[in-house]
Design a protein around this ligand. Structure first.
Ligand SMILES: Cc1ncc(COP(=O)(O)O)c(C=O)c1O
Length: 405
């Protein structure tokens, strides 16, 4: 086969993968509607309608649109009265916001390891980290793949804990036919630019419980009670301003209409990729689980096994693939290694004296340092030919291995 592109050969492809975000006529019409309206922010028709539509899509009663998926986590924690002195268990394999939101709310993030087969938080590690101060678990559906919600909910019930689902990467994913975010006590979503439903920035909270909804509401609306009681007599509750703008909601309404079709396309492409990847010795797939009835695939995560490719390091494989025109990356570093959790400000806001640098989670370390290989969700919106190019590049690396040794 032709020389590897990293060594001056012709790359497998130079064409870009599908554009993301994808806006169109529907988004334009929605934006024009807002432009002509006399309300551009502060709980206008679009924001309220989107919150309702999003709750309905997820099969819950209540939704709140907010300005991003970090503040949504913080608002949920505050609404559940979680703060200084409390502990919240989070996975060590996720985006930093999952843990930093806990600290910003004044509580202490406690890291749990992930399962090697799913890369989601390991229920056994959650249980091992529960103390009398534990108040909640944040279950992150990494890359779109639902966590084992049966085990997590059962354990939470046993120990009297809240379960917050961080669905920033999992809009539309389902565990046993139920949408993620609707299984725990509250669901948090991000609509940041890379996400499968996006308005550039944005977020949402969903819940089925009216009392919790009211708590989240006043925290997001500068302390105004849901029924506005007290506002004009000077009695306000605790809160910040995290309201979604009309522009965000207008775009999101159009984006949400496309989600199911896009999930279907990504799932089809993943099924095709998997059938080919199973034949490659240096790629291992995450475990299948029949309880995962829908995976929105914000990310397609597989495992690289250097033993199947003559010991070629993952980083070298990635740069070789990138040169062939296939963007892929290694993903996260273990969260407990980040300076954020060893900063004076972190210690001041949480009062925590934990030495996070002493933590070593075997599965998180393996995923971060050796195994994980990510493709982005936008690539999975491509054609069968796009998927074939990914496989062709991998096969080319294997065939031309001698060039890398
Ligand atoms: C798992 C997870 N949680 C939270 C967030 C934070 O969302 P946002 O960027 O909208 O604040 C992200 C964003 O990447 C995320 O991936």
């Amino acid at each position: 086969m032709a020389k590897l592109a990293i060594n001056g050969g012709v790359p497998v492809r130079t064409a870009p993968f599908p554009q993301w975000p994808q806006g169109g006529k529907a988004e334009l019409e929605q934006l024009e509607k807002v432009l002509k309206a006399e309300q551009w922010g502060t709980l206008g028709n679009e924001a309220l309608a989107f919150a309702e539509k999003f709750a309905e899509y997820n099969g819950v009663k209540y939704g709140i649109g907010v300005n991003n998926g970090t503040i949504s986590l913080e608002l949920i924690l505050r609404g559940l009265n979680i703060g200084f002195g409390d502990e919240v268990i989070v996975p060590s394999y996720t985006f930093i916001s999952t843990a930093s939101a806990v600290a910003i709310a004044g509580a202490t993030p406690i890291f749990a390891d992930i399962e090697s087969g799913s890369y989601n938080i390991d229920p056994a590690s959650i249980e091992a980290n529960i103390t009398p101060n534990t108040k909640a678990i944040i279950a992150v559906h990494v890359g779109g793949r639902p966590c084992n919600m049966d085990s997590i909910m059962a354990m939470a019930k046993k120990h009297g804990l809240y379960v917050i689902e961080d669905c920033a990467q999992a809009h539309g994913s389902e565990w046993k036919g139920k949408k993620v975010g609707s299984i725990g006590h509250a669901g948090s979503f991000s609509f940041q630019e890379s996400k499968n439903v996006t308005s550039g920035e944005g977020g949402a909270i969903i819940t089925d419980d009216i009392e919790r909804f009211k708590e989240f509401w006043h925290f997001h609306n500068s302390g105004r009670a849901y029924d506005l009681a007290g506002e004009f007599s000077g009695v306000m509750l605790m809160g910040t301003n995290a309201r979604m703008t009309e522009w965000q909601a207008a775009v999101l309404t159009a984006q949400l209409d496309k989600l199911d079709e896009q999930i279907e396309r990504r799932m089809e492409n993943v099924a095709y990729l998997n059938s080919k990847l199973r034949q490659l010795e240096f790629i291992k797939l995450l475990d299948t689980d029949d309880n995962v009835t829908k995976n929105s695939y914000h990310l397609f995560i597989m495992k690289y096994d250097s033993a199947g490719l003559s010991g070629i390091k993952r980083e070298r494989f990635i740069s070789t693939m990138n040169a062939e025109g296939i963007p892929c990356s290694k993903g996260y570093v273990p969260l407990y290694k980040m300076d954020a959790f060893n900063s004076p400000n972190f210690r001041k806001s949480t009062g925590s004296g934990i030495d996070y640098s002493a933590i070593h989670h075997e599965n998180t370390e393996k995923a971060c340092n050796e195994e994980a290989l990510w493709l982005t969700g936008r690539m999975l919106l491509g054609t069968k030919k796009d998927m074939d190019d990914i496989i062709e590049a991998m096969e080319k690396v294997q065939t031309n291995l001698v060039e890398l040794i």
